[in-house]
Design a protein around this ligand. Structure first.
Ligand code: KG4
Ligand code: ZN
Length: 341
């Protein structure tokens, strides 16, 4: 079985083809970063226009690379939310057009389920698993019980982890997207140079709060004075910030494991997914930490952590195998929780 996946929920125009033997036959990602860089973040209208410009080309390239014709595809999977509504409309209308013209099943995929199931594509991870979904828009602990069956255990009360990276990078004068820029700067920095507070530390749940951390960095930068914000300081602040994010996540993990094991006592697997999962420092800290809870650690390869269409094609394939097919009048959803699918 071969599924075409389409992803346009944010600033990547992407198409991919995967098969039921877990092969990624093609995975084309057109990143719009250069178009948004000057604004320090994603501009929704620019994103929508770029998706319109690129979508056909990207889909054609994915078919060519996979040496596949549309006639040989068994279903069209597409991100139908959550995300920027203009981009979602572009992807969903394109998918509906192909599905209608070629008489193929349409499978609408929740973007978060795409991130959640990536480790089943790459490592065949068995359910149930505890998932830390850390991206630009989300920071959640989820118990994944089955395809389409998720229990939210805790989430951020304000900023997402990726958003905290992006905002902190911006105030340090680093490039967009902030995550990779901070990770790079942190490599040369002293992670103990600054001590930032850890909001919600020790509270008996697995929620997060990152907006206070961003403000703490801002206060520190103000205290230092903009003229003193030299390369060394930027590297030290980046390393200290990154270490604090990792420590917050590790602190919250113990309550997440407790909550997950009440619902699934046989829990053995831990998965990190989403753009922030690409961060090697956070990845390594968590890899060391989950050992204390007798959990096996899984993270997608770097190119499948950030947004891509292979994860959408795979989630579509898993849903299709369960018989979940969408109607052609499916409406895109800017907000769409994983528990509500
Ligand atoms: O999953 P994703 O590509 O898009 C969303 O669904 O949000 O995640 C993008 C987010 C951005 O906030 C970006 O700064 C962050 O992931 N990110 C990182 C790294 N690479 C991407 N954060 C920390 N370290 C990284 N290496
Ligand atoms: Zn994402």
């Amino acid at each position: 079985m071969r599924i075409l996946g389409i992803e346009t929920s944010c600033d990547e125009t992407a198409a991919a083809i995967v098969d039921s033997d877990r092969n990624i036959l093609s995975n084309i990602v057109y990143s719009q970063i250069s178009e948004h860089k000057a604004y320090g973040g994603v501009v929704p209208e620019i994103a929508s226009r770029a998706h319109i410009d690129k979508i056909e080309e990207v889909i054609e390239e994915s078919l060519q690379k996979a040496n596949t014709k549309l006639d040989d595809i068994d279903g069209i999977a597409v991100t139908a939310g959550p995300g920027l509504i203009g981009g979602l409309i572009v992807g969903l209308m394109t998918a509906k057009g192909i599905a209608a013209a070629k008489n193929k099943p349409l499978i609408c995929v929740n973007h978060l389920e795409g991130h959640s199931l990536t480790c089943r594509l790459t490592d065949n991870v068995a359910f149930p698993f505890l998932l830390l979904l850390v991206s630009g828009g989300h920071c959640q602990f989820i118990l994944a019980k089955d395809v389409g069956d998720y229990k939210l255990l805790g989430e951020t009360l304000d900023d997402a982890a990726g958003e905290a990276f992006d905002k902190t990078a911006k105030l340090l004068g680093l490039d967009y997207p902030g995550g990779p820029a901070i990770e790079k700067a942190a490599l040369k920095g002293n992670e103990n140079a600054f001590k930032f507070t850890m909001p919600l530390l020790g509270t008996p749940n697995c929620n997060f709060s990152f907006s206070g951390l961003k403000t703490a960095v801002l206060r520190e930068v103000e205290k230092l004075g903009e003229q003193n914000l030299n390369q060394n300081i930027i590297e030290d602040v980046s390393a200290s910030f990154q270490k604090t994010v990792a420590n917050i996540i590790c602190d919250r993990l113990k309550n997440a494991v407790k909550a997950a094991r009440i619902l699934s006592p046989d829990l053995k697997n831990f998965v990190i997914s989403g753009g922030v999962a690409a961060n090697k420092y956070i990845n390594q800290k968590l890899r060391n930490e989950v050992v204390h809870y007798n959990l096996q650690f899984y993270a997608p390869p770097l190119n499948l952590c950030t947004d891509n269409a292979a994860m959408i094609a795979w989630a579509g394939l898993e849903r299709f195998r369960k018989g979940y097919i969408s109607s052609l009048d499916f409406i895109p959803k800017a907000r769409w929780s994983l528990e509500g699918i």
